[in-house]
Write a protein that binds this ligand. Structure first.
Ligand code: AMP
Length: 438
């Protein structure tokens, strides 16, 4: 059984991992870390929940520690591109946690926050920039960030970048990077365009895959409920009324739909909040924090807002509307059953949505069992165990990102003392050497 110390990571990082309660590397970490420490380019086929953030953050930090370079004004050594603001913040938090023993400066460069403040943060230079492509390009165009000293490029959730139309921006960013660099490319699925981008970007890459593309984790109990569009609210209310103190993530197709569903649930006495792109960044973060803390049991989200959100203990995902893009089904249900837990995914299918369901079943290569009786649906939900943990043997796709009881998540720990904008210092500031710039 591989341990972290077999992988060639420095002592300082091993100690941090031990403190974080990480006992063993996940499969993607065990495979990717030694290759990345050798400086190889990497093509990682892995969804969130597999431990891929540590798989790229740890070897990059180890290399930064090994070859410490002075900061250069308006420059960064590491550039991580993320499709969403929330994921960018999470990745930055992870770098700060994993790099706790090092003096690293991390900047989160995303839309929705002050450009001027970000420019100020970048002025003296940082080690790591975690960014969404649009805002990063703005800084590159304005000259507030130069990319000619960047030695590492990480492209995370490349398939989501494609969904969101970010590929042209990514290509423009890459043209500004030095040719001599290490490239890390992660995607949960490999549609043609993404395979093409990977071939363009990567230099003789190693390939590491931990979940077969587009195959939902087998530990998720999936059900389809055929329901008239006009009955969805009632069905959802019935379904959720039977569940107590559990985290449920509900997906809607539109922002207005998310608001409408959250309001209906609230009216029915079920605590719910909506999260979508029309909400301000503080509003989004407040909703997310309430959900994480368990104050709001139901989060109603659009795909873009929910992407990359790393929340454990979601026992049920409800697809109030089926997604237009069939691969999105896989990403959505993957929000439950994270970090070794199992979960339930219930998807509503209105008569007009039949073609969408067929497309999903084609992509997932399985027929999703239908539940027709609403009473049974409510029972189904009530019987669903609250994010039950799997034993040490782990699920079949080999993901064993388990944490010992009683220990907090590094992300949770990092998050505790920090507002979303990162203006507040972490509450462990006295012990920390890393500088937080977000
Ligand atoms: P990610 O796939 O990077 O979003 O990680 C999923 C979750 O697993 C995160 O909450 C990590 O903190 C956690 N995690 C990552 N690697 C390990 C590990 N080796 N042992 C325990 N937990 C881990």
């Amino acid at each position: 059984m591989t341990t972290f110390s077999d992988l060639g990571l420095p002592q300082s990082i091993l100690k941090t991992l031990e403190q974080a309660g990480y006992e063993r590397p996940t499969p993607i970490q065990a495979q990717a870390i030694p290759l990345l420490l050798k400086g190889r380019d990497l093509l990682g086929i892995a969804a969130t929940g597999t431990g891929k953030t540590a798989a790229f953050a740890l070897p990059i930090l180890a290399q930064l520690a090994d070859r410490k370079q002075p900061l250069r004004n308006r420059s960064c050594q590491v550039l991580v591109l993320s499709p969403t603001r929330e994921l960018a913040q999470q990745i930055a938090d992870s770098f700060l946690v994993y790099g706790e023993s090092m003096r690293i400066r991390v900047a989160v460069i995303v839309g929705g926050n002050s450009f001027g403040k970000q420019a100020q943060q970048l002025q003296r230079g940082v080690d790591i920039v975690v960014a969404t492509p649009g805002r990063l390009l703005d800084h590159a165009d304005q000259g507030t960030l130069r990319l000619d000293a960047t030695r590492f490029l990480v492209l995370d959730e490349a398939d989501h970048m494609l969904d969101l139309g970010f590929i042209p921006a990514v290509k423009r960013i890459v043209r500004n990077l030095p040719a001599e660099r290490q490239n890390l490319f992660f995607s949960a699925t490999m549609p043609k365009e993404i395979a093409g981008l990977a071939a363009e970007l990567l230099d003789n890459p190693e390939r590491v895959s931990v979940t077969p593309a587009s195959t939902p984790a087998e530990r998720i109990d999936q059900k389809i409920v055929h329901v008239a569009a006009g009955h969805k609210v009632r069905l959802l209310t019935e379904l959720l009324a039977t569940r107590q103190a559990e985290r449920v993530l509900v997906f809607t197709r539109t922002k207005r739909g998310a608001d409408r569903v959250a309001i209906s649930l609230e009216k029915a006495g079920i605590g719910a909040a909506a999260i979508h792109g029309n909400k301000s960044q503080p509003q989004r973060q407040r909703a997310l924090n309430g959900f994480k803390a368990g104050d709001t049991p139901i989060l109603v989200a659009t795909d873009i807002a929910a992407r990359g959100i790393d929340i454990d203990g979601i026992s049920l995902v409800v697809q109030y509307d089926l997604p237009e893009v069939p691969e999105t089904y896989v990403h959505r249900i993957g929000r439950t059953a994270r970090a070794g837990a199992s979960g339930t995914a219930v998807s509503f299918c209105a008569p007009d949505d039949q073609p969408l369901l067929r497309a999903i079943e084609k992509v997932t290569r399985r027929t999703i069992p239908a539940e027709t009786d609403p009473a049974s649906v409510a029972e189904l939900a009530a019987a669903a165990p609250a994010a039950r943990r799997q034993g040490r043997g782990g699920p079949r796709d080999g993901v064993k990102a388990q944490r010992p009881q009683g220990r907090r998540h590094p992300e949770q720990r990092a998050q505790q003392g920090r507002s979303f904008g990162g203006q507040r210092r972490p509450n462990r500031a006295p012990q920390r050497t890393a500088e937080v710039l977000a």
